[in-house]
Design a protein around this ligand. Sequence first.
Ligand code: 0L1
Ligand code: MG
Length: 265
Amino acid sequence: MDKATIQETARFLINAEVEKQEVTRITAKYPDLSIETAYEIQEQLVQMKLAEGYRIVGPKMGLTSQAKMKQMNVSDPIYGYIFDYMVVSGTEFELTDCIHPKVEAEIAFVLGKDIEGPGISGAQVLAATEYVIPALEIIDSRYENFQFTLPDVIADNASSSRVMFGNCIQRPEALELDLVGVTLSINGQIKDLGAGAAVVGHPANSVAMLANMLAKKGEKLKAGQTILSGGITGAIMLNQGDVVSARFDGLGCMEFIVKSNKNSN
Ligand code: 0L1
Ligand code: MG
């Protein structure tokens, strides 16, 4: 794929996000799209957002659970980027900001030191982590019906859309992160649950994989970045009026309400 087509495809995906309009997956037009080229489209999309003045909060890992990897028929997770405009503060989420959002519970790592791959281990990640916090990631594939192949979702910034961070801060050594249990409930009913080990065995392993993947393009994880390590629970579709709550063992509770300004008058 030439540079102009990479730029045009990245703009196509940004427009879908901005206009909140689902689009046909890009592999329908480019069936031979490789993983490498998909990451080039993602990189172009990231550069366009930076040029628009947005700031990167941190990279994130996606497709980290066995269930998601099996579903996509892949053996490795993928990465994308969380930007400042994606961070939702408060306890309300605006449904009409997205196309067809889903929520998943994660543990986020805030780094005290840079981490530069290759060869990074989970233990090195824990040593470089200032603290961990609970997070609810809202993913919103720009593709029709959340249907995509691996290159499609990589190009689409790993479905990144919104994120809420909890305010319970813990040093990483205060918890056994692989044993941290999480329940994700909607309107008081548990929709999914899991433990940190669902994230490639241990959430710190996921961050280590991320450092090693980014090293291939000469990037490192930076002190101060907040990094989503991957879904402990599956992703649950959101609907207007939903009260979403997540309980993290040792990391407190998070709750938000799904609003829609479409029907507010
Ligand atoms: O954060 C994630 O795990 C999302 C990865 C992309 C796959 C999806 O949209 O379900
Ligand atoms: Mg996620």
